[in-house]
Design a binder for this molecule. Structure first.
Ligand code: ADP
Length: 327
């Protein structure tokens, strides 16, 4: 999801396709219609733009009365493309059932002025992607702290038969205390169990090239669908520490080839200031194994990576952690 481009003063005569897909900015006051739990309806005062996604715009919103701040994710009620409509329905259905400390909290959804509003927990520190862009890379202690939390969120989803399928730095947000919160359930799937589940498997190509597990690209059918999220975690850890995903290449085909062959290099110490331990490299190589060999979240957090160095406590996590505690 990209940040909003600054508007040019001379408004273009015609809207681009992207601008047509996105809803217009919301009015200053948004009124949620009355519901059984709130017979008088709820009013939100909209604040600044948080970001724009493929078809959603996200604004800060403050609930009248409580003054509680949220992220308001807004999409057009009638989306121009069927695929987007489907993505959004999936997101609503799956995200609304998730409740975990490291998953963006879904509060409610309602229609107002030809748009659908999702009221989400506000993550005021942006995404891991923003963080890594700003800092170039983050340190092993921070990665330990966030990986434990992401593994917890993955364990929770998988235990409920949900595969996220689009875990990446841009979909993992940071709350005010620098805890990670998994968001964007638009590509998530409900894993079917029982005798029919093989027929129900999702075969559509989904995800973002750099984070896609190789088995999604091959026709190879196995019973390890959920392991795609573990692969993505391996990519995320590498990308957080080095500033770029391991298979980054000029074309998607080249990324896929390198992912299949697991062809990646850790930056040499003389070209990177960030120290990367052998334990980190071992963990990433375990996560990037064939699906049936990838560890599950419980096994991941038992890895020596988490005990070979400092694992910060919550209160030690601040945006300037690196300055205070150089590794
Ligand atoms: P899409 O599903 O269309 O990709 P996103 O869910 O990525 O849309 O949201 C678009 C942008 O809005 C994100 O990149 C981020 O900048 C911002 N955003 C989304 N959810 C939140 C949130 N809960 N708190 C703060 N900002 C958010």
């Amino acid at each position: 999801a990209k940040q909003a481009a600054t508007k040019s003063k001379a408004a273009p005569a015609k809207l681009s396709q992207k601008e047509k897909d996105h809803p217009p900015p919301p009015p200053e006051i948004v009124q949620e219609p009355p519901s059984s739990d709130r017979p008088n309806g709820t009013t939100y005062k909209t604040g600044h733009l948080l970001g724009k996604g493929g078809f959603a715009i996200c604004y800060e919103g403050e609930q009248a009365g409580t003054k509680q701040r949220y992220a308001l994710k807004i999409v057009k009620s009638h989306m121009p493309q069927k695929k987007m409509e489907q993505k959004f329905q999936t997101e609503l259905q799956i995200h609304s059932k998730m409740r975990h400390a490291n998953i963006v909290e879904f509060h409610r959804a309602f229609s107002f002025d030809k748009c659908t509003y999702i009221v989400l927990e506000l993550c005021p520190n942006g995404s891991l992607m923003d963080m890594v862009k700003k800092r170039k890379y983050v340190t092993e202690p921070e990665v330990r702290f966030w990986t434990v939390q992401i593994a917890g969120a993955i364990k929770y989803m998988h235990a409920r038969g949900i595969i996220h399928r689009d875990l990446k730095m841009g979909n993992i947000f940071l709350d005010k205390n620098m805890n990670v919160k998994v968001g964007d359930f638009g590509l998530a799937a409900l894993l079917m169990t029982g005798k029919d589940w093989k027929d129900c498997r999702r075969t559509t190509l989904c995800g973002t090239p750099n984070y896609i597990a190789p088995e999604i690209l091959s026709k190879d059918k196995g019973g390890h669908d959920h392991a795609v999220d573990i692969w993505s975690l391996g990519i995320i850890i590498f990308a957080m520490l080095t500033g770029k995903p391991p298979f980054q290449s000029a074309t998607a085909e080249e990324i896929y080839r390198r992912a299949r062959e697991r062809e990646y290099d850790w930056p040499k110490l003389d070209t990177s200031e960030n120290y990367i331990s052998q334990e980190t490299k071992d963990l990433v190589s375990e996560l990037l194994q064939p699906p049936e060999q990838r560890p599950d979240p419980d096994a991941i957090v038992q890895h020596p990576f988490f005990t070979c160095g400092w694992l910060p406590q919550s209160e030690e996590m601040t945006p300037s952690l690196r300055e205070k505690h150089p590794d």
